[in-house]
Design a binder for this molecule. Sequence first.
Ligand code: SAM
Length: 253
Amino acid sequence: MTAETTAGQGGVEPSGPWTANVLTLFPEAFPGPLGFSLAGKGLERGLWSLEVLDIRDFARDKHRSVDDAPLGGGPGMVMRPDVVDAAIEAIVDRPGPLVYLTPRGRLLDQALVREFAAGPGLRLLCGRYEGVDQRVLDAREVLEVSVGDFVLSGGEMAALVLLDAVVRLLPGVMGNAESAAEESFEEGLLEHPLFTRPALWQGRQVPEVLLSGHHEKVRRWRRAQAEEVTRLRRPDLWRRYLESRESGEIDEG
Ligand code: SAM
């Protein structure tokens, strides 16, 4: 039996909505938090679609086993290549790159998120145990992606993180398209600090310039703040930002 969650119209046509196909041992983890707020509304409205397959449905032995001991010894279990391959075959005609979520993968960043959002969809393979047999990853030319330098117990949470970041960029999903353009990483900088009413709270006053109504001054203040926080917190981003500024890729603002 196949655990399936579909929303939207059609879902697999290249001309249809952006489509996520997920292979997992825990299909009940989806859509999870993607089922509410902007992503959830987008799913309901057919702005994107989600299909989830249970990898265990592709096991062929009577115990429905999906894993085995690592060859060469060591702790834990490894997901079997034959079972994972059969699951991948079931979504071979679905749109988008085939991504295996793994701490060994390319680190996810906003540039890759944008690239995925610009495509027709994604096929995501969620690992469990110690991971997936290397041969199937090689044979299927899987793109390996990590959501950070830490180890999760399974790929489901990583897939949800990736999907959330991508789906919010799809046309129509976010109410205010401008907010995406002004966020952290869009210009290689972290975002400036944010303030709302009341202007005075527990003796703390918001920066005067934000109450000035002077758009250009506000813009310049925000840019300076974004530069400062990036310089202090993320020397790696700051270095790249300075390089792009020197090469004229981004203006001095
Ligand atoms: N033995 C693996 C290692 O040392 O790289 C870790 C396996 S982890 C316990 C089980 C699964 O969680 C992985 O196969 C992968 O799908 C997922 N996972 C764990 N950490 C992740 C991360 N940082 N990014 C993406 N997926 C991750």
